[in-house]
Ligand binder design. Structure first.
Ligand code: NAD
Ligand code: WQD
Length: 340
């Protein structure tokens, strides 16, 4: 079975291509390398022991879809390709609406035209904002987005759901990721942020590697046990495996125009960890001391978000298996590899 992976050279996409291979799928990668490097393809090939087929192109270009669909019988698409920097999205909202929303519309049009039925979409826990109760279930309220980036995720979910409802043959799943971290245990693929990372774990590893200054801990006055904000950090390999489960679930559907399939799932560990707990887990995993300074809260940050994953456990048959210490150990080995 062939799966088209948009953004397959990126952080989550590259790990998913590896897990698709382990599960017996062949991946076709479509990526313009706007936020990744070709070395990711070499890393994937080294892990899986074979060449991957890839198309270097922009997903906004309608003709690339015609080319791929004419050259391959595609059984499903996993759609990672998007811009993802929350801060940049505030400064350049149109870039985000074009690359995330506009491109998704192009893809859906082309899927319909070429009768490609199955889609897994990369959504985000950002759609929940600061939830009223924790842990967050899929029936928790979706809050107004705090950034254009977050808004694109909600809009795309709605567009995909509306398209499924037409009964034109599309079945889809949106996966709402919590905070992906870590790297493949081989340290052959991982996260490659361009410029100073905004996210905690890549900043932390770069800081310890001496590439960045001291880590800032944004706020120690939150109403949490140690005063720092809480998130649900999920190992990227566990997250990648959730996509394999989602594709398998889509391929099993026996749908009709009157009864199409759309659903959405939280993909996290179910465990919240504070910023200070992440720092301590990193120290435990690596034996390295983390230097940090407490700074004021970062604008727009929420106090605490972590997932209830009962639905993904029961319906997708998926559960996260890796803990924080293992994830941070893998993140550090990847950082050491790319710092050399
Ligand atoms: P990433 O930037 O590492 O990967 C995205 C890939 O898409 C990159 O390889 C980039 O070159 C490619 N791409 C972007 N625009 C493209 C275009 N127009 N045409 C072709 N390729 C294009 O990001 P990631 O962390 O792997 O995230 C993957 C998806 O998951 C994104 O949709 C992101 O919004 C979503 N997501 C990420 C996180 C996170 O914290 N990493 C959390 C929730 C959701
Ligand atoms: C985690 C915690 C920070 C950096 C973002 C996006 C979200 C999703 C995942 C895509 C927070 C604190 C951070 C630092 C710190 N992406 N922190 N010092 O903000 O939960 O989510 O990535 O969908 O949409 O908003 O992740 O890693 O930036 O922050 O203290 O240098 O670490 O304040 O409490 P966040 P993060």
């Amino acid at each position: 079975m062939k799966i088209l992976v948009t953004g397959g050279a990126g952080f989550i996409g590259s790990h998913t291509v590896v897990e698709l291979h382990h599960a017996g799928f062949e991946s076709i990668i479509l990526d313009n390398f706007s936020n990744s490097q070709k070395s990711a393809l070499q890393g994937i090939e080294e892990i899986i022991g074979k060449k991957v087929t890839f198309y270097e192109a922009d997903i906004n270009n309608p003709s690339i879809w015609d080319i791929i669909f004419s050259e391959h019988q595609i059984d499903g698409i996993i759609h990672f390709a998007a811009s993802k920097a929350v801060g940049e999205s505030v400064l350049k909202p149109l870039k985000y609406y074009r690359n995330n929303v506009g491109a998704t519309v192009v893809m859906l049009d082309k899927m319909q035209e070429h009768k490609v039925s199955n889609l897994v979409f990369s959504s985000s826990c950002t759609v929940y904002g600061q939830p009223d109760t924790l842990p967050v279930t899929e029936s928790s309220q979706v809050k107004p987005a705090s950034s254009p980036y977050g808004n694109t995720k909600k809009i795309c979910e709605d567009i995909i759901q509306d398209t499924v409802k037409t009964g034109n043959g599309l079945n889809a799943i949106s996966l709402r990721y919590f905070n992906p971290i870590g790297a493949h245990e081989s340290a052959l693929i991982g996260e490659l942020p361009l410029g100073p990372p905004a996210n905690l774990v890549p900043f932390l590893t770069q800081s310890v590697a001496g590439i960045r200054g001291e880590l800032a801990v944004y706020g120690d006055d939150y109403p949490t046990p140690d005063g720092t904000a809480i998130r649900d950090y999920i190992h990227v390999v566990d997250l990648a495996k959730a996509h394999v489960s989602a594709i398998n679930l889509l391929l099993k559907q026996t749908t009709s125009p009157e009864n199409p399939y759309y659903d959405f799932f939280n993909i996290g560990t179910g465990k919240g960890s504070s910023v200070l707990e992440v720092i301590h887990a990193f120290e435990e995993a690596t034996g390295k001391k983390v230097a940090y300074t407490i700074k004021p809260r970062r604008d727009g940050d929420t106090t605490a978000v972590y997932a209830d994953c009962t639905k993904s456990n029961e319906v997708l048959g998926w559960t996260a298996s890796k803990g924080l210490v293992e994830s941070l150990g893998d993140a550090w080995r990847w950082q050491e590899k790319i710092s050399k």
